[in-house]
Structure formats: structure tokens, C-alpha cells
Design a protein around this ligand. Structure first.
Ligand code: ADP
Ligand code: MG
Length: 469
């Protein structure tokens, strides 16, 4: 096993654990933990003191080992070595108050583990933001061009235009990355106070503050920031108390011209049980939509990840992944991680056949071509109260012809399939029929103002149906 042995698995494990902890908890315990090396069936990580070691072992060892097992299929042991950390490392190096107190009671303190408060530190990373979620690493394609441009404009002049900024779109399409890139840019270039949190975390903190009578502290904390980033606001559905609190936070910040950014997994108009006044506030500024990336963008994203990670994955393999995984960027990354892990283990580049084999479960079978067009047919047919078979049939009544043309048009727009492949799934029609249908719809779009909203609505329904599958 090489030095790098299980490092990718380790990183992925930590990433997954992070998703399930509050930022505070994560940075307290994992902010100072570092991967050190791999041995036979064992990973060694460093922590800054024996206090940390004991805490981390009781709190997280099982979780880490179980996650590793899921990823590798092996029973790996995790051990911790104590390495007092250098000063001026990172901001998350400083544990929260409780930990500091507990640590000061510890008998077995390690020289060098004490931090000198007075020494001015160079500005470290923001404790709640991922350092790698920057604009630099955000590949721009036609799916996210507008969103990314707006985000960059906001990060240069927060609070002035586009307030609030709302980013919405399906899972794994880059909402969190873009939001945090705004935060990172502002953090680097100013002394603005920034809070990043998820709507879930905001809710939990709010509830906790009520129990502990810490509501004033909670309000002060959120109402005194310059930039507030709240991720995944769909979590607030049905939570009227938290909605109200967020409404007042919003008003305070908005009136003080502070930048607010939200993300949501669907258009706000589709959120249920959301107070009208909050809904109107969410919709007041600029809304941008993230769509799934096309082939070229998928390729560019993978290529960028490969070159920044300095790993040896060939363009043919990148092409293979880009062609076969089109759902979202998180899935693309998962495929890449698997191949990198393999490359590290065997210590040589992965061949196209190996990649095909390793990723077979992640790749949609060739019949997926049918499946995604069939999904489009199903949604469009339902929308017109027809059956999918009507769309594939030879029937030529106007109430069927138009929906059929629409379904072909949308298939052409949102999938990568050729007109020949699309024609196949529409009852074995010729590719010229598909082209003719697309022309027809284009023509209608020029004259009929209701066409575009209808198509947008259908695309949205299709995307949602796709996510649920
Ligand atoms: P969401 O919040 O929409 O579910 P994330 O922001 O978590 O999605 O993105 C999922 C993963 O894909 C992250 O690791 C992110 O860095 C990566 N990613 C998303 N969009 C891009 C992009 N345009 N360029 C590079 N990486 C991206
Ligand atoms: Mg997210």
C-alpha cells in the first residue's frame, strides 16, 4: 500500500461526515484532524492533543470506520497520532470555547499545543466555508453561465445590486459551491462578517436559543452580519416559527443593505407552507436557475478536477464518464473518486476497460436512452391527459400531434440523443420527422407567447420526475 493508499477514501469519508454535522461541530473536531498515512488495513490520522484524540475516538471513531467500510468494502481501522499543531495554521485550529476550557483542565498537556492569543494571525480560511469552493474551481458552461456571472458580480459589490440572490436547481448541480464561492471571495477581499449556514442549522440554532433563553444572542448573531448565506431553504417548509424569525432577520439585513444569498432545490413558488411575506422576500431580488451540464461542460469539469488534483486519468476515460453520467456534478465526481482510488491502489493509470468495469453500476445502461426519453414522453403525455403510447402511436389527430411534437422538441433540447435515436423511441419514426417537429415548435414559439412558459413548465416537471426516479 502506497503512502497515498486510502487517502481518497479518507477524504470522501470526512466529506460525507461533514454533511451530517453542524459546521460548528465539524470544525471543532475535524478542523484539526489530518490524514497522515495508510498501512495494511489501517489509516493513521493526526490530532493536536490527547484530549482531542479521546474525544474524537468516543464521538466519531465508529462513524468514520463505518463510512470507510461503505466506501471501500473493507474493515479499516482508524488510529490517531498526536501531533501538536504549528501556530498560524488555520482559523479552525482554534477550537470553540468549551473545548478550550476542557483542554485547559487536562493534566497531560503537550508543549506547543497552547496557542498564544496575542500573536496576530494572517487571515485564515473562513471557518464555515470550504476552501475549495471558489470561483476558480467553478467551471462555467451554458447551464450555469448566468448564475456564475451574477454570483461574481455580487461578490465584487455585495449588498448593492441583486439583493437577495436566490440560486435554485436540483441536487448536485453546484448551488452550494457557487454560494460559498461568493462567501470565499468576499472573505478574502474584505473584513466583512460572513455567516454561512444551512436552513436546517439555522432552524436548530433558533430552537435551541428558545430553550436556552439565548434568543437575543441568536438575533444579534444573525442581524449583525454583512453577508448572510443560507443554503437549502426548502428545509423551511412547514416551519412557521423559523420562517418568522428568518423574515425579521431578512428585514433587518435588507434594510441595512447587507447581502443575502439563498439556495433552494426548486423554484420558491413551488415551496409549500411558506408564509406569503417570506415568499415575496425570497423572490424580491435576482433569481437564477442551475441546469444539468451538457457533455462539453461535464468534460471540462472532470478535466479541471483531474488537473487540480494532479492525478493521472486520461482524456479517453474522462470522455467515457462524461458520456455516461449526465445527471449532475456530484455523480460525476463520485465516478472520478472511484477511479482515482483505483489508480492509487494499483499504482498505474486506469484503462478504459477497467473504468467501464469499475463504473458499471454508475453508468446508466444503454437503454437509459429510452428511459430518459420515455420519462419525457410520460410527463408530457400526463400533462395533456394522454398516454405515452399515444405519443408513440401512428395517430395523427391534432390533440396528439402537438404534444408529440413538443415531447420530441424537449427530448432534443434536454438530452444528448440524436434525432435518429429520438425517432426510434417515438415509435420508430425517421429522424427527419423529429427535425420537422422541432421546426414546428420553433415556429410556434415565435408567434405564440404561451409556448415558452409551457415548455419551461414541462422541463421543470421532467427534471423533478427524473430526480425522484
Ligand atoms: P448542490 O448544492 O447544488 O447540491 P454542490 O454545490 O454541492 O451541489 O455541488 C456538488 C459537487 O459538484 C461539489 O463537489 C462541487 O464542487 C461540484 N461542482 C458543481 N458545479 C461545479 C462546476 N460548475 N464546476 C466544478 N465543480 C462543480
Ligand atoms: Mg447544496
Amino acid at each position: 500500500m502506497s503512502e497515498a493508499g486510502y487517502e481518497v477514501f479518507w477524504k470522501e469519508t470526512i466529506r460525507q461526515i461533514r454533511l451530517n454535522l453542524t459546521e460548528q461541530e465539524f470544525s471543532a473536531w475535524f478542523g484539526t484532524m489530518e490524514y497522515l498515512r495508510s498501512e495494511e488495513n489501517r489509516i493513521i490520522a493526526t490530532v493536536p492533543s490527547s484530549f482531542y484524540r479521546d474525544q474524537v475516538k468516543t464521538r466519531y471513531q465508529n462513524l468514520i470506520e463505518n463510512t470507510l467500510k461503505e466506501l471501500t468494502g473493507k474493515d479499516l481501522l482508524v488510529e490517531f497520532e498526536i501531533r501538536p499543531r504549528n501556530k498560524n495554521k488555520t482559523a479552525s485550529d482554534v477550537p470553540n470555547e468549551n473545548i478550550k476550557k476542557a483542554e485547559s483542565h487536562e493534566k497531560e498537556t503537550i508543549p506547543g499545543d497552547r496557542r498564544e492569543k496575542a500573536a496576530p494571525k494572517p487571515k485564515g480560511p473562513h471557518p464555515q466555508l470550504r476552501e475549495d469552493y471558489t470561483f476558480d474551481r467553478y467551471v462555467i458552461g451554458e447551464n450555469n453561465n448566468f448564475a456564475a456571472t451574477a454570483a461574481m458580480a455580487i461578490s465584487r459589490n455585495p449588498g448593492t445590486a441583486y439583493n437577495p440572490f436566490l440560486i435554485y436547481g436540483g441536487v448536485g448541480l453546484g448551488k452550494t459551491h457557487l454560494m460559498q464561492a461568493i462567501g470565499n471571495h468576499i472573505h478574502e477581499n474584505s473584513s466583512s462578517k460572513i455567516i454561512y449556514t444551512t436552513a436546517e442549522n439555522f432552524t436548530n440554532e433558533f430552537i435551541q436559543s428558545l430553550n436556552e433563553k439565548g434568543i437575543t444572542a441568536f438575533k444579534n448573531r444573525y442581524r449583525q452580519v454583512d453577508v448572510l448565506l443560507i443554503d437549502d431553504i426548502h428545509f423551511l417548509e412547514n416551519k412557521s416559527g423559523t420562517q418568522e424569525e428568518l423574515f425579521f432577520t431578512y428585514e433587518a439585513l435588507y434594510n441595512a443593505k447587507k447581502q443575502i444569498v439563498f439556495t433552494c432545490d426548486r423554484p420558491v413558488s413551488e415551496l409549500k407552507k411558506l408564509s406569503d411575506r417570506l415568499r415575496s422576500r425570497f423572490e424580491r431580488g435576482l433569481k437564477v436557475d442551475l441546469l444539468p451540464p451538457n457533455y462539453e461542460t461535464r468534460f471540462a469539469i472532470l478535466k479541471k478536477k483531474v488537473s487540480t488534483g494532479n492525478v493521472n486519468i486520461s482524456d479517453t476515460v474522462i470522455d467515457l464518464i462524461s458520456k455516461n453520467i449526465s445527471s449532475n456534478i456530484r455523480d460525476l465526481e463520485a465516478a472520478l473518486i472511484k477511479l482515482i482510488a483505483f489508480t492509487n491502489m494499483v499504482n498505474q493509470p486506469v484503462t478504459i476497460e477497467q473504468a467501464q468495469h469499475l463504473l458499471r453500476d454508475m453508468f446508466v445502461a444503454p437503454r437509459q436512452a429510452n428511459m430518459s426519453i420515455e420519462l419525457i414522453q410520460k410527463v408530457v403525455a400526463e400533462y395533456f391527459s394522454l398516454s405515452a403510447n399515444d405519443l408513440k402511436s401512428k395517430k395523427r389527430t391534432q390533440n396528439i400531434v402537438f404534444p408529440r411534437q413538443l415531447a420530441m422538441y424537449i427530448s432534443r433540447e434536454i438530452t444528448e440523443f440524436s434525432t435518429t435515436e429520438i425517432g426510434q423511441v417515438f415509435g420508430g419514426r425517421d429522424h427527419t420527422t423529429v427535425m420537422y417537429s422541432c421546426d414546428k415548435i420553433n415556429e410556434k414559439m415565435r408567434t405564440d407567447p404561451t409556448m415558452e412558459p409551457t415548455i419551461e413548465k414541462l422541463k421543470r416537471l421532467i427534471k423533478e420526475a427524473g430526480i425522484k426516479v
